[in-house]
Design a protein around this ligand. Structure first.
Ligand SMILES: Nc1ncnc2c1ncn2[C@@H]1O[C@H](COP(=O)(O)OP(=O)(O)OP(=O)(O)O)[C@@H](O)[C@H]1O
Length: 253
């Protein structure tokens, strides 16, 4: 079953179209990886699905309901979001940042309860960063922040998880831990859409790979088919020999 459908979507900003004619289906309990060159519009697409940005044309159907019929609260319970790691303006503790993931389940007048704190603690423990709980989020390293933002999205307990370059600041061990965790979440029933600049990461976890190029979906297929040498060469504007030569060193097989 398709959890999210994008129909003839045009995405972008005022006076600036970034992508058009985007037709995609995100299935239940599947991992989709979105790849494309810097600036091709991956984050713009994610933010449009999340209703952070309005779509210029077309339609987004979420769980059989047009996205404009969803309230912010309903959407936050359905879709979790891991943005690219960023600084916080206020000196929140790590626990407070993760508890923000529980906001969708709180009334406007209520503060997080014991159960919310328990869930936040469990999410931090799952990612191996429970020891950071009372630290100032602003003082964490980029990789630590990234793990905390994943914990915050897990605290949302969403059905669909959107992750924008979730492994970009992580050391090799934590990259593997996050990829393993993504596979575990899928096993538990979650659907995931993530962007990455690492074809090997996409190959490791994806059921389906979407390549975004020049504002269009260039490929939407199973990993082996999507990650062909000719597709990668076109996507990253390199010749096929250079891609082939380097993949021998960079990919596992
Ligand atoms: N608020 C904005 N207003 C106008 N243009 C923007 C805005 N935000 C981003 N852009 C432009 O939209 C284009 C797509 O940006 P986007 O962040 O979606 O790319 P991306 O594929 O996620 O890039 P990267 O891989 O480098 O993170 C870029 O040319 C960027 O400069």
């Amino acid at each position: 079953m398709s959890l999210i459908s994008l129909k003839k979507l045009t995405i972008g900003y005022a006076n600036k179209i970034i992508g058009a004619d985007i037709d995609l289906e995100f299935e239940e309990q599947q991992i989709t990886c979105l790849l494309g060159a810097n600036g091709c519009g991956k984050t713009t697409l994610l933010k449009t699905i999340l209703s952070i940005l309005d779509c210029i044309e077309g339609e987004i159907i979420i769980n059989n309901k047009p996205h404009h019929q969803w309230t912010r609260r309903e959407l936050a319970q359905f879709i979790g979001y891991v943005p690219q790691a960023h600084n916080s303006i206020f000196p929140f503790t790590v626990e407070e940042v993760v508890l923000m993931g529980r906001t969708a389940y709180l009334n406007w007048y209520s503060s997080p309860q014991h159960n919310d704190k328990k869930i936040a603690g469990e999410c931090l423990a799952t990612l191996g960063v429970e020891h950071l709980k009372y630290q100032n989020y602003q003082l964490l390293s980029g990789g630590e922040r990234q793990l905390v933002l994943i914990a915050r999205a897990l605290a949302q307990q969403p059905r669909f998880l959107i992750m924008d370059e979730p492994t970009s600041s992580l050391d090799f061990g934590n990259q593997i831990k996050v990829l393993e965790h993504v596979l575990k979440l899928k096993k538990e029933g979650m659907s995931i859409l993530l962007t990455t600049h690492q074809p090997s990461h996409a190959k490791r976890v994806a059921d389906k790979i979407v390549l975004l190029h020049n504002g269009k979906v260039m490929a939407n297929a199973e990993p082996m088919q999507a990650l062909s040498i000719s597709n990668l060469a076109k996507l990253y504007s390199l010749d096929q020999e250079t891609i082939e030569h380097n993949l021998r060193f960079l990919m596992a097989d």
